[in-house]
Design a protein around this ligand. Sequence first.
Ligand SMILES: [Zn+2]
Length: 213
Amino acid sequence: MSTVTASELRVLRADVSGMPIEWIGYEEAVKLYYLDRVLYPMGQSLLTLRGGVNARTGLQSALDIHSIICTSGQSRGHLKRHPHYQPPLANLALFRRDAYLCLYCGGEFNVSQLSRDHVKPLSLGGCDAWQNVVSACRRCNHHKGGRTPEAAGMQLLAVPFVPTHAEYVYLSGRKILSDQMTFLLGHFPRNSPLHLRIDQLSETNKGAQVHGP
Ligand SMILES: [Zn+2]
């Protein structure tokens, strides 16, 4: 059973339309609550923060921090829904997209052993973008060198895809709670290659518990 401490808590922030935007720490979530930017909380209560005691009523103030919050304000959610939108490219999210596999030899590696391979090398005019990059072990990346897979006699095991913003939020998340996962899955495209993988992972994610500070 995995456990999460308060400092590791990640609140999933969604915009006014319910589109997942980003992960924030609970301190930032508290700020949004006090700025009155939380339109409504969703998901489970992660922790309750106790404030001061009201001298008149004798009641102690309390704030529940929920796992998912829908917030007002700038999110550029409409841009993130655009068909040509590309989430930022980062190695950790890339390796996770490719399930920590080298897409040439099929071996499973840890993060320190993987590298970003440009399918069409930059030197040949390839771009540094999701559709042209794959996870590769250092050995395969070195062997491929500045060549295309065809020229190097190597075959790609999967076609690189551009994640939608919701998929990117998933790929960049750590210790995702089951209700956050369910929420994110609801925003994945029907044909997302991630569905199958998450089905397999979901058993291990069940029972994640949260502990207060
Ligand atoms: Zn390899």
